[in-house]
Write a protein that binds this ligand. Structure first.
Ligand SMILES: C[S@@+](CC[C@H](N)C(=O)[O-])C[C@H]1O[C@@H](n2cnc3c(N)ncnc32)[C@H](O)[C@@H]1O
Ligand SMILES: O=C(O)C(=O)C[C@]1(C(=O)O)C=C[C@@H](O)C=C1
Length: 259
């Protein structure tokens, strides 16, 4: 396990810098959440997703408003459990527990280590179970909070509505789905502007033109963003009654969907 430090919010994370796309690759392979990515993931996601630390920390604050006593809080596509750590720190309702799910064995192994580190740093944290598995095959228990933090964009587009419908059916009254995604925009000019600004954000965070270009080609076949309008329509089709965007920074946004 790498040396751990805590970020400003007290989350246990490794500090290894992301240099995965720094050298020219003869052929850029499709992006995968493998051991190499796991090692640098906290640095990668913070330098790639504008607003990520704000989203994660506030997801805990939001979740505390929707959590119902004696219910499950799901972190779907948990990666290293950053959202799980925020849920455990912020939610105080009696009898709540967190279930974190990811289908990358490398992520799950490291996630368990980070959560053990969190256990030793804080008291009165919610109990947590980390499951290695496919969220498309998960049997959902009655839940008050479901977080999909930059995960739905990696699910095949034709499977997204069915997954959201199953999440909707598992949600208790008063609960919520919190969905964060990279967005595309139907207006070509808006799309080009926000894409350029995202590239500027990456440059300002120390990524080279080569790193930016190779990462773009690595994710283009595996990560398919939707527009805000598509998200809203799909969530309503899946049975949610209300969709409320609560955060946007450049082409990344987070929505609250109410049952
Ligand atoms: C961008 S990361 C999520 C980041 C994380 N939620 C956070 O806030 O730090 C996407 C994660 O979804 C996981 N994933 C993708 N498809 C999945 C599936 N079908 N079932 C479970 N996990 C999945 C990947 O392994 C990866 O760890
Ligand atoms: O659009 C990008 O360049 C990104 O890197 C985005 C993104 C994401 O949104 O999940 C893609 C893969 C990594 O998991 C980290 C960030």
């Amino acid at each position: 396990m790498p040396a751990l430090s805590t970020d400003t919010a007290g989350t246990a994370v490794s500090k290894e810098p992301d240099r995965i796309f720094a050298q020219p690759l003869a052929q850029v392979p499709d992006f995968a959440f493998n051991e190499d990515v796991v090692r640098v993931f906290p640095d990668m996601i913070k330098r790639s997703v504008p607003g990520y630390p704000t989203i994660v920390e506030n997801l805990g604050v939001l979740a505390a408003q929707f959590a119902q006593p004696d219910s499950v809080l799901y972190d779907l596509g948990a990666s290293l459990g950053a959202v799980t750590q925020a849920l455990r720190r912020h939610v105080r309702s009696d009898g709540c527990r967190v279930i974190a799910v990811d289908n990358s064995a490398a992520m799950v192994e490291r996630c368990r280590e980070y959560l053990n580190a969190q256990n030793s740093m804080f008291q009165e944290l919610l109990p947590v179970e980390v499951i290695e598995g496919d969220i498309l095959a998960l049997e959902f228990q009655p839940a008050s909070v479901v977080a999909l933090n930059f995960t739905l964009q990696f699910i095949a587009p034709e499977q997204r509505t069915a997954l959201l419908s199953r999440i909707r059916q598992s949600l208790l009254p008063g609960g919520a789905l919190i969905l964060s995604e990279k967005l595309r925009f139907n207006d070509a000019e808006e799309h080009a502007l926000l894409t350029d600004l995202h590239v500027a954000f990456k440059r300002a965070n120390g990524y080279s033109e080569l790193e930016i270009a190779q990462k773009r080609s690595a994710i283009e076949n595996v990560m398919k963003p939707d527009s805000l309008e598509e998200h809203r329509e799909r969530l309503l089709a899946a049975g949610f009654s209300k969709v409320v965007p609560w955060f946007q920074c450049l082409n990344f946004a987070s929505l609250i969907a109410l049952p």
